[in-house]
Design a protein around this ligand. Structure first.
Ligand code: 13P
Length: 246
C-alpha cells in the first residue's frame, strides 16, 4: 500500500505568532502515525517552522529556483533548503502557473533540480473550469506531467497533487467521482509513460476546498492517497484531515 500523505500549503498567510500556534496545535495533537505530514509555510518562516515542529513532521517550501546558487535575486535553491533541514518543496502550484506565469518546462526544470538535491517534490497539476468544460481535463493534466517525465525518470520522491483550479479556495470541492476519475487517469498515464513501479507507488493527492467534512469520503477512493490542503491547514481542523484515513 501507499502511505497516506497530507500536506498543508499555508500560501502567503501567517505571522510568527499564528504560525507558531498552528505548529503547536500539530505538535500536541494525536496524529495518525501511518500518515506522512508536511507543512509549507511562506519561505520567511521555513526555518522557524523546522525549529518549532516536532520530529517526524516535515517542512516544505512552496517553490524553489532551478539553479544551486548565484545571482538570482529573490530566489532560494534546493541546496539551501536541504541545508536548512527542509526536505520537501511544492512545485507547479496553479497560483504560480497562472499568476507568476510559470510554464510546464520551468516547473519540470525545477522538479529535476529539487530531486537532484535530494528534496521530495509535491508536483501540482490541474485544469481550469474552462478546460474542464471543454473536455480537456486529462489532456491538460497529462501535458503538465509529461514535461516532468521528459526530464525525470525516477519518480520515487515525487508526490503528485491533482488540484482542479475551479476547486481551489472556492468552497466548490470536486465530487469523489470527479476526483477519482482524474486520479485513476493519472495512474494509468504513469504506467504508460513512466513505469509500472511509478504507477503503483506514486502518491496522488487531491487538493481544492478539502475540509474536515469532505475528507473522509474522498480518502476512501482507490486512487486518492492524501490531500494538499490550503485554507483548512491554517485551522485546528487540519488535524481531522490528517487523520482522515484512520
Ligand atoms: P484550498 O484548500 O484553500 O482550496 O487550497 C487548495 C490548494 O491550493 C492547496 O495547494
Amino acid at each position: 500500500g501507499r502511505q497516506f500523505f497530507v500536506g498543508g500549503n499555508f500560501k502567503m498567510n501567517g505571522t510568527v505568532k499564528s504560525i507558531k500556534e498552528i505548529l503547536d496545535n500539530l505538535n500536541n495533537a494525536k496524529l495518525d502515525s501511518n500518515t506522512e505530514v508536511v507543512v509549507a509555510p511562506p519561505s520567511l518562516y521555513l526555518l522557524l517552522a523546522r525549529e518549532h515542529l516536532r520530529k517526524g513532521l516535515e517542512v516544505a517550501a512552496q517553490n524553489i529556483f532551478d539553479k544551486p546558487s548565484g545571482a538570482f535575486t529573490g530566489e532560494i535553491s534546493a541546496d539551501q533548503l536541504k541545508d536548512s533541514g527542509i526536505t520537501w518543496t511544492i512545485l507547479g502550484h496553479s497560483e504560480r502557473r497562472v499568476i507568476l506565469q510559470e510554464d510546464d518546462q520551468f516547473v519540470a526544470s525545477k522538479t529535476k533540480a529539487a530531486l537532484d538535491s535530494g528534496l521530495g517534490v509535491i508536483l501540482c497539476c490541474g485544469e481550469s473550469l474552462e478546460q474542464r468544460e471543454a473536455g480537456k481535463t486529462i489532456e491538460v493534466v497529462t501535458r503538465q506531467l509529461k514535461a516532468v517525465a521528459d526530464k525525470v525518470k525516477d519518480w520515487s520522491k515525487v508526490v503528485v497533487a491533482y488540484e482542479p483550479i475551479w476547486a481551489i479556495g472556492t468552497g466548490k470541492v470536486a465530487t469523489t467521482e470527479q476526483a477519482q476519475e482524474v486520479h485513476k487517469a493519472i495512474r494509468e498515464w504513469l504506467k504508460k509513460e513512466v513505469s509500472d513501479e511509478a504507477a503503483e507507488k506514486t502518491r496522488i493527492l487531491y487538493g481544492g476546498s478539502v475540509t474536515e467534512k469532505n475528507c473522509k469520503e474522498l480518502a476512501k477512493q482507490a486512487d486518492i492517497d492524501g490531500f494538499l490542503v490550503g485554507g483548512a491547514s491554517l485551522k485546528p481542523a487540519f488535524v481531522d484531515i490528517i487523520n482522515a484515513n484512520e
